[in-house]
Design a protein around this ligand. Structure first.
Ligand code: GDP
Ligand code: ZN
Length: 323
């Protein structure tokens, strides 16, 4: 039998049992995994995720499915970003170089609870994150700026200062106007996961960034087999090889895949604090180092709010309790 050549590619979209593979020439191919892979991953079929590096061969069988490539192997992941609800974890993307968390100044107002969750996930996975606050042009819009209170702006500025002090880069943007060189240089050549609640401007960013450079995924292929999934992450690639992964329709960013004790690793301010007990959750244990730590009240509230949710899931064994 003729041996077909194995080629490397990257998963650009997941549609149930079908995938888009991005070739090294930046072509999108409709693909399915070989049977062996499907069996091995049966219950975790969706565990092949966007960003995964795969090996594939071109489909030589002319069948009616329009399958262009057959995935023969999934290579080990460098990293991944996940979120979860009480019952299951969704890997949003793998092999990510940078996570861009997008908030907006107004409509919707900046949601720092969401930001802290994404930052915690990135911190625990050791993936760089930047914070983008979009729609700053609205301050110049007389009709809208009167709706934005000075109190809110003061608070926002204080929070921005705080995140910068923590080491995070914060960019104030207006994607309807332009993408700054700073942002452009920051993402250039990387695989970037774009996260943010609906309405903050992620698609606007993608379109602006694209010009004509980005290869949009073929709508006909998305509609393959009648499925049109708008909440799945989608990867776009530009001619300078920047890969942007959008996560449309994101409403929640749960961290139930971490235990209460692990959560503190997601907050840089809590690294290395000294407590009497090494299983300290820094809530109300005696001789807890939290009193000496420099964490702000807002970030601490965020931490406690996530922690309370995790404690609901991970109940201590009978007779034990959390410190
Ligand atoms: P997504 O849900 O995060 O993808 O958000 P979209 O890109 O669809 O944007 C939601 C709405 O906000 C649209 O009406 C956009 O035109 C608007 N929008 C996006 N970016 C900006 C911006 O920088 N300034 C203003 N004024 N509006 C924006
Ligand atoms: Zn403590």
């Amino acid at each position: 039998m003729k041996q077909s050549i194995v080629i490397k590619g990257m998963i650009a979209a997941v549609y149930g049992a079908f995938f888009h593979v991005l070739s090294e020439e930046n072509q999108i191919l409709l693909a399915k995994p070989i049977g062996k892979l499907r069996v091995k991953k049966k219950e975790t079929r969706h565990s092949i995720c966007i960003g995964d590096e795969v090996e594939y061969r071109l489909n030589s069988q002319q069948d009616s499915t329009d399958i262009q490539a057959v995935i023969t192997n999934v290579l080990p992941r460098k990293n991944f970003v996940g979120r979860s609800d009480l019952y299951k974890t969704q890997v949003l993307a793998s092999n990510v170089d940078l996570v861009a968390v997008v908030l907006s100044l107004f409509h919707p107002t900046a949601n720092f609870g969401f930001l802290d969750r994404v930052l915690a996930e990135c911190e625990m996975r050791n993936i760089e994150a930047i914070i983008i606050i979009n729609k700053y042009d609205l301050l110049k819009d007389k009709k809208i700026s009167v709706l934005i209170s000075d109190k809110y702006l003061d608070e926002l500025n204080n929070r921005i200062k705080e995140y910068k002090q923590l080491k995070y880069e914060v960019l104030l943007t207006s994607f309807v106007e332009a993408i700054s060189n700073k942002l452009y240089n920051k993402i250039s050549g990387k695989t970037v996961l774009l996260t943010g609640l609906s309405g903050v401007g992620k698609s606007t960013f993608l379109n602006k960034f694209a010009g004509k450079k980005i290869q949009q995924v073929d709508e006909d292929i998305i509609k393959f087999k009648g499925r049109h999934i708008t909440t799945n992450p989608v990867l776009y690639v530009s001619s300078d090889n920047t890969r942007l992964i959008d996560t449309p329709g994101l409403r929640e960013f749960g961290l139930y895949h971490w235990t209460p004790l692990e959560l503190q690793n997601g907050f840089v301010e809590l690294h290395g604090i000294q407590c009497q007990f090494n299983d300290c959750l820094h809530v109300n244990a005696p001789n807890c180092g939290i009193k000496e730590s420099k964490i702000s009240q807002k970030r601490y509230d965020s931490y406690c709010s996530i922690l309370n949710a995790l404690k609901e899931k991970y109940k201590p064994r009978r007779g034990n309790s959390y410190r």
